[in-house]
Design a protein around this ligand. Structure first.
Ligand SMILES: NC(=O)c1ccc[n+]([C@@H]2O[C@H](COP(=O)([O-])OP(=O)(O)OC[C@H]3O[C@@H](n4cnc5c(N)ncnc54)[C@H](OP(=O)(O)O)[C@@H]3O)[C@@H](O)[C@H]2O)c1
Length: 303
């Protein structure tokens, strides 16, 4: 079965957060949620870019309810400030779309001392979800969607050097971060079910979609993609469909992973796809959870 967004009814009164809403998949996800009359908080690190993106959406959808708020996921303090400001303003959160991400930058550590891809793609979202958890719990049937990738197959969690301080592979570090996002989504759903909480956690991947994410790729790859891209890459609007399916699909029970149905899951309509087996390894998931709590300096208890 594949997902048809046109069949999803309008959902006025509901509230969503989309991280990295100003560009690429986040932008398209915001556009589609706003079309369903959902109020969307655009959580972005660059407010000028975010306002520009908001204006672009308002141009085609005058009734869109959009609110720009600052969030830099690579800084734990920024995540805390954002969560504080959000919970002051809103008392419900129906959809948390943990979308923002970076891919394969040169090695750097964040101010908090963490490898930049792990910090931005995974750890910032782990803290964000933790800080918004009481609002999520108070919202009937809330959904949390974590963006993973085909790249989750590249790497397990490297617990002995999670920050790649000994030796950096930008590919492995990206793979680790996306594996962590997927593992977290599955483990979080398990914990929600055990605690009898009426919310679902899911993961989604867009296949391969033409966005700014590839800006750090070597020039020949960018060149090849720009010429032959349309054969195996899908536009961001289609790349957003797995996220939208995970958020809005009425047939999903929680803990599922969505992605494109085409060959190699590179493009096509959104459907349920299979994570690699290690993503469901409960011992590793438990360890990742504990290590993440240590890194953010806070417990995340699901009850
Ligand atoms: N495109 C693909 O083929 C593909 C494949 C698999 C998975 N994904 C995943 O899909 C998600 C969205 O990527 P995309 O393709 O839409 O890439 P994109 O066009 O580069 O968009 C990424 C978004 O994340 C934001 N962002 C980056 N670092 C941030 C930070 N520290 N704090 C807050 N926001 C930050 C960016 O903001 P700025 O505009 O300010 O940089 C941008 O809005 C990512 O998680 C990515 O890993 C994409």
């Amino acid at each position: 079965m594949t997902f048809n967004i046109d069949k999803v009814p309008a959902q006025a009164g509901k509230v969503a957060i989309v991280t990295g809403a100003n560009n690429g998949l986040g932008f398209e996800t915001t556009m589609a949620l706003a079309k369903k009359e959902i109020e969307v908080v655009m959580a972005c690190r660059n407010l000028d870019k975010a306002e520009e993106a908001k204006a672009k959406i308002m141009k085609v959808n005058r009734k869109a309810k959009l609110h720009v708020m600052e969030l830099d996921l690579s800084e734990l303090d920024s995540v805390r400030e954002f969560a504080g400001a959000f919970t002051k303003k809103y008392n419900r959160l129906d959809f948390l779309i943990n979308n923002a991400g970076i891919m394969m930058p040169p090695f750097s550590l964040t101010e908090d001392g963490f490898e930049s891809q792990f910090a931005t793609n995974y750890l910032g979202h782990f803290l964000l979800t933790k800080l918004l958890f009481s609002t999520i719990k108070n919202t009937p049937e809330a959904r949390i969607v974590s963006l993973s990738s085909l790249a989750h197959k590249w790497k397990d969690i490297q617990f002995d050097d999670i920050n790649f301080k000994k030796s950096y592979s930008k590919r492995d570090a990206y793979g680790q971060s996306k594996f962590a996002c997927l593992m977290f989504a599955i483990e979080f759903d398990k914990r929600l079910k055990e605690a009898n909480i009426n919310a679902k956690s899911l993961a989604a991947h867009p296949g391969v979609s033409a966005t700014n994410l590839f800006n750090n790729m070597p020039k020949p790859v960018a060149w090849f993609t720009s010429i032959f891209g349309s054969f195996f890459v899908q536009p961001a609007k289609d790349g957003a469909l797995p996220s939208l399916y995970a958020a809005l699909g009425s047939d999903l029970a929680g803990g599922e992973y969505t992605g494109p149905e085409g060959k190699g899951e590179m493009k096509g309509d959104a459907t349920i796809v299979k994570p690699r087996r290690a993503a469901k390894n409960e011992v590793m998931a438990d360890r990742l959870w504990s290590v993440s709590e240590e890194m953010i300096g806070e417990d995340f208890v699901v009850q």
